[in-house]
Design a protein around this ligand. Sequence first.
Ligand SMILES: Nc1nc2c(ncn2[C@@H]2O[C@H](COP(=O)(O)OP(=O)(O)OP(=O)(O)O)[C@@H](O)[C@H]2O)c(=O)[nH]1
Ligand SMILES: [Mg+2]
Length: 453
Amino acid sequence: MNTICAIATARAAAAIGTIRVSGSDCVSICSKITRLKKGSLETSKSAVMRLAVIHDGKDEIDEVLCTVFRAPASYTGEDTVEINCHGSLSILERVIKLLIKNGARYAQPGEFTKRAFLNGKMDLIQAEAVGDLINSHSQTDAALALRRMSGSLSGEFNAIFDALISLNTDILAYIDFPDEGLTDVEPQTVLRRLKNIKTRILKLENSFNTGSVIHNGADTVIIGAPNVGKSTLLNAVLGYERAIVSDIAGTTRDMVSERAVMGGVTLNLCDTAGIREKAEQIEQRGIEIARQSLKTADLVFAVFDGSKTISDDDRKIIELCKGKTAVAVINKCDLPQSIDKEYIRGSFIQTVDISAVNSDGIDKLAEIVKDMFLSDKVSVESGMLLTNTRHYERAVRARELVDSAIATVEHGFTPDLASVDITSAASEIGMITGNTVSDKIIDEIFSKFCVGK
Ligand SMILES: Nc1nc2c(ncn2[C@@H]2O[C@H](COP(=O)(O)OP(=O)(O)OP(=O)(O)O)[C@@H](O)[C@H]2O)c(=O)[nH]1
Ligand SMILES: [Mg+2]
């Protein structure tokens, strides 16, 4: 494999900018452009930082810190050099040009991590977790990515893979040597083993609802009658004035969207036009958009004005929230209360009193969000959650194949007829960890990474 280089830090002026070089010739290439006070990079110990000067043979370019990591004890599993320059883009670009002139080439997106995968430093789940960690939006998402990087999820998928392979081996051995009494492949035993595998896959499959919300954020719509304080709630959650607030009903007409983290969960919050019967043309269009966004929402904050009695518009909101994951937010609790709270409580899974204008009760709303999406503490803490659509789709396919194998045995066919489905299920699981994955899929996964990672 040839030697690659890239700027690993952001492309902006900063105190420090890091360049990574990886491949069998990286130490000799870097030696040509560095001067150390004593010795050279070639003789430097692994993982020891050395002060050096980068030069082009004539001029000095920067004073840097260089670290050599020798194979296999490096991120990529091959010889690697990390150069910490002063973070001027022009310096970084000059160093990169020198490296290329001396035999390196600029890396493709994700190529360092791809090499780590190909060199067996990590499996595919762990490699994808590196990208997920870089792109994480909340602490919970980052913590889960970190756990995946350390192999928590890989362990479970490997165990499922091994269970499928060993079941298949036992079945095939029995066909080849039926009289040797090798292993018990009675249909009942095969069924028990298959059902056990199915339960394990299903557990992961079911975790995707929570996992994808943690990773992608929950699409959350704030709805309510005009003037109940929807925009004030949005602003209170964000901590700054994102949407215009006024005492005129019908202030918000367009949808106002912003990302926020509440109770450790990323919410893609949408403030909408107040829903009411009598609205002029533009407002009417806003109301249509609000209704539309409700259809695909993961979560709804239905806002009511606690200082007023329930209106026909409020009743319409209650109606629209039926069958949705909706929290009733009774606002303006700083004013004398007139709303029928029992009536509201009866229509929603959760109800909370807040004063958006004073930011009172927002923490209680955050607790509710946390309980809704992070209630499966065991899975979140152990990292046994699927957050990646690719993993989810493969897991579903594997489970369907196991279902089909179960049906074959339950219909009275001999277990060897289930063998093809069991092998295919193992192959699906192998595509998640990278055991049985094609080059095309590998290329596709790493192309989404940033350069330098
Ligand atoms: N006393 C009190 N007033 C509030 C509270 N929250 C909002 N208000 C006031 O209620 C009025 C309407 O607030 P908005 O946030 O614009 O209401 P909205 O639901 O977005 O209204 P539309 O966009 O017109 O649908 C403003 O005068 C706010 O200052 C609250 O917690 N207490
Ligand atoms: Mg508004």
